[in-house]
Design a protein around this ligand. Structure first.
Ligand SMILES: C[S@@+](CC[C@H](N)C(=O)[O-])C[C@H]1O[C@@H](n2cnc3c(N)ncnc32)[C@H](O)[C@@H]1O
Length: 461
């Protein structure tokens, strides 16, 4: 948090960005803002530009800045255990109490998260979807128009089982278009979570709010304000889902922490009952933990890995850049981060180099397979996954990917062999591989993916 008003132009710019968008930039990161400031102020001059930004008539410029500064990383079925808990336990618990169930995705980016809820609700069948209302809001106008178009790249759908993708999406020249009956279930709105909007945050507006991987870029006092707003807008006993590396510890006492499988989430504490206490539905009787403190970030490469696992890619890159190590493991992390940023050429170049080192041979082949999939070369990718499991026969994720592509190519026998290997190897998968390539799924989530793939093999044969 910026305590005293900064005098340098970039410091003032950073303070305005934090005030209006909530995004906090440490002094060490001001370099990133400097070039943006120079670019945006080229027409008017820096002083005048900053004055205009601070005035109320600068909405259009703030929209443009939101597009440039926000981090929109997202994909379908991200943190799947939380989503399963939402559609299988949380939302059904409201079915008998209310005609319509209202879910808010705050910071929904390009829409994958709210659409995942709509899809899973249909797949699991525990909620009457005609009574489910899902609203996605985001400060980035470009993300919102993408969400409304509902057309996605294979990368956005990377965690979705093929059978599900085939059922709910239509392949078009622009990408995978979500079928209209699901698309139309979600409404999107451009909205800054920091702006006062009493009508929007009116008491009892939502049964569940997802605000995942959004507040990790905000300073604590901004998080406190936003969470207080959300607590007010939830129905009594409503639910809040944050990202895995976000916590309410030190932020709010209004919620209790719950756990379902390997997912954590929060429930708004009920006011002390005046009459006999209501019984919690048995399916919601989950172990309650007193606190959930993420472990402190270790230094060095472990820290980078930890940030990568939490999908905090920009920070992971920053930390990696500050390291002096050029070990194969550091280069592997660099290659994976290039891949996540869409710099496929650089990822591939490093992958090729690392595939010749025995310490990184298997993950490097796997990474090259992912790059080839991005280039649309599934045949080439299969041979890379095969090379990955030759280099490390215990590499469960390599078997999983090999099996998935074999099934897509119609080689059901090969697919089954690889997928069964994946299933038996997953319980012992190396934590490094899970962190690098697990895509936010825990072991349990990945096992579900394998089972769905095996099921899809049965449907094909
Ligand atoms: C990393 S994405 C998370 C997307 C999704 N919730 C998920 O977990 O996959 C963070 C999103 O928060 C949005 N965001 C950041 N600051 C915001 C603000 N002040 N108001 C609304 N949205 C904001 C960004 O535009 C971005 O799309």
């Amino acid at each position: 948090m910026i305590a005293t008003p900064p005098r340098t132009p970039v410091g003032r710019f950073a303070a305005l960005v934090e005030q209006r968008l909530g995004l906090h930039y440490d002094k060490a990161q001001w370099g990133e803002l400097e070039s943006l400031l120079a670019e945006r102020a080229a027409g008017s001059g820096v002083e005048r530009y900053l004055e205009q930004l601070a005035s109320t008539s600068s909405q259009a410029e703030w929209k443009a800045l939101a597009e440039r500064l926000t981090v929109g990383e997202t994909y379908f079925l991200r943190h799947p255990t939380q989503l399963e808990t939402l559609v299988e336990q949380v939302l059904p618990s409201f079915m008998r109490q209310t005609p319509n169930i209202r879910v808010l995705c705050a910071g929904c980016s390009t829409g994958e998260e709210p659409y995942s809820i709509a899809l899973l609700a249909r797949e699991r069948g525990r909620v009457d979807v005609s009574r489910l209302r899902i609203l996605g809001v985001d400060v980035n106008p470009r993300a919102i128009s993408h969400a409304r178009r509902a057309c996605y790249s294979p990368w956005s759908l990377r965690a979705m089982p093929l059978a599900m993708r085939e059922q709910w999406f239509q392949r078009t020249p622009e990408g995978f278009a979500l079928r209209p009956q699901v698309r139309d279930q979600v409404i999107f709105e451009e909205r800054n979570l920091l702006e006062e909007a009493p009508a929007f945050w009116a008491p009892g507006s939502f049964h569940a709010i997802l605000c995942r991987n959004v507040v990790l870029y905000f300073p604590p006092e901004v998080i406190r304000k936003i969470i207080a707003r959300m607590a007010q807008a939830l129905v009594p006993g409503g639910y809040l889902f944050l990202g895995p590396s976000e916590t309410l510890r030190g932020i709010s006492e209004d919620f209790e922490l719950l756990r379902g499988g390997d997912a954590f989430y929060y429930r708004l504490r009920q006011p002390a009952p005046s009459a006999a206490p209501q019984r919690t539905p048995s399916h919601l009787e989950l172990p309650v933990l007193s606190s959930h403190t993420p472990p402190p970030l270790p230094d060095g490469l472990e820290g980078v890995l930890h940030l990568l696992e939490a999908e905090r890619y920009t920070e992971a890159w920053g930390l990696l850049e500050s390291q002096t190590q050029v070990s194969p493991r550091a280069l592997l992390l660099r290659a994976v981060l290039h891949l996540h940023a869409g710099r496929l050429g650089q990822a591939e170049q490093l992958g090729r180099q690392l595939a010749t080192e025995s310490a990184t041979e298997a993950p490097a082949h796997y990474l090259l397979g992912l790059c080839l999939e991005q280039f649309g070369d599934e045949f080439g990718a299969r041979s890379r996954y095969a090379a990955a499991v030759r280099a490390d026969p215990t590499f469960a994720l390599g078997q999983l990917r090999a099996g998935t592509l074999a099934r897509r190519a119609g080689d059901v026998v090969d697919a089954r062999v690889s997928l069964r290997m994946a299933l038996s190897l997953l319980p012992q998968e190396k934590p490094l591989y899970l962190a690098l390539f697990g895509g936010g799924f825990g072991r349990h989530g990945l096992m579900q993916v394998v089972l769905q793939e095996l099921h899809a093999c049965t449907e094909v044969s």
